[in-house]
Design a protein around this ligand. Structure first.
Ligand SMILES: C[S@@+](CC[C@H](N)C(=O)[O-])C[C@H]1O[C@@H](n2cnc3c(N)ncnc32)[C@H](O)[C@@H]1O
Length: 271
């Protein structure tokens, strides 16, 4: 039997896998349960680069946040934040500018509860339970409005979350609503899973695996991902495989074989 820690809210079904906790498992975290670890292992069996790709995702998050703070961004609205593992948005951003304010959101109750515990003493970061598919409501939420000034630039982060919105129209609508709600000078950062260049068999098996667990997913192509940036100016180097987005150097994970990360990344600036 699992012991229930303070970070496990009442009512959480420990036997139902969740993307946030599977991701935590791949990252070597310990906020996950048997059901998460089983699916985590099944995905690894289908796609052997799963763990390095997950580390690439966290490194991308750090590079993007650092870039944004250096561009003068002082406010972040993060959708599908996950468990606040090391090197999260507020840690990276506030190390450069302690005044940076961050709103984290996620649907996973463990991620939200654990996030709230970690941030209890941080006056400049909050963690809210919210569904990214209702992003139009999130940006109108009074708690968000009290925390962030929508008359000034905000960086909206959709990192490794839009592929959990299975319907294309809905996914585009979400990003559009946020883009329209932000002040000029704001940014929208996106990373998105793709199996564009992966063997069809892997694509099929991966989708089947998530479907078996009732986790909706849509792996999109680069062209489909480019459409998220309509109405925005793409920041250099555009939409590329995640290890290629402003890499730190040749020692970066998967630097030489970026397509193995199976994730595209891009950032748009609102004129
Ligand atoms: C792969 S993790 C990414 C975490 C973090 N953004 C990063 O890039 O490291 C995906 C996160 O999206 C969250 N998620 C999935 N569907 C969601 C939804 N409809 N609304 C909000 N968050 C969602 C999951 O709970 C999980 O924490």
């Amino acid at each position: 039997m699992e012991l229930r820690g303070t970070w496990i809210p009442d009512g959480v079904a420990l036997d139902k896998p969740s993307p946030a906790r599977i991701y935590d498992y791949w990252l070597g975290g310990y906020h996950n349960f048997e059901a998460d670890r089983i699916v985590g292992e099944q995905v690894k069996a289908v796609y052997e680069d799963t763990v390095p790709a997950t580390y690439v995702a966290r490194a991308l998050l750090r590079r993007m946040v650092r870039f944004l703070v250096e561009e003068g961004i002082e406010q972040f609205l993060d959708f599908g934040s996950g468990l606040p593992t090391l090197g999260n948005v507020h840690e990276t951003a506030q190390a450069i500018n302690p005044a940076v304010r961050v709103v984290y959101t996620d649907v996973d109750p463990v991620a939200v509860t654990h996030g709230q515990i970690i941030l209890a003493d941080n006056p400049n970061a909050i963690y809210l339970s919210a569904d990214v598919s209702k992003a139009d409501q999130i940006i109108e939420d009074l708690r968000v409005r009290e925390f962030l000034d929508f008359d000034r630039p905000i960086a909206a982060l959709f990192l490794a979350v839009l592929h959990f919105i299975a319907t294309d129209d809905k996914a585009y609508q979400v990003v559009r609503a946020v883009r329209d709600g932000l002040a000029p000078g704001s940014y929208v950062a996106i990373s998105h899973m793709t199996l564009e260049n992966a063997p069809a068999e892997i694509l099929k098996q991966m989708q089947q695996l998530y479907a078996n667990q009732s986790i909706p997913t849509a792996m999109r192509t680069r062209d489909q991902i480019l459409q998220f940036f309509d109405g925005l100016e793409l920041v250099e180097p555009g939409v590329v495989y995640s290890p290629q987005w402003r890499p730190e150097g040749p020692d970066d994970i998967l630097f030489d074989q970026p397509e193995r990360a199976i994730v595209y990344a891009g950032m748009g600036w609102k004129p």
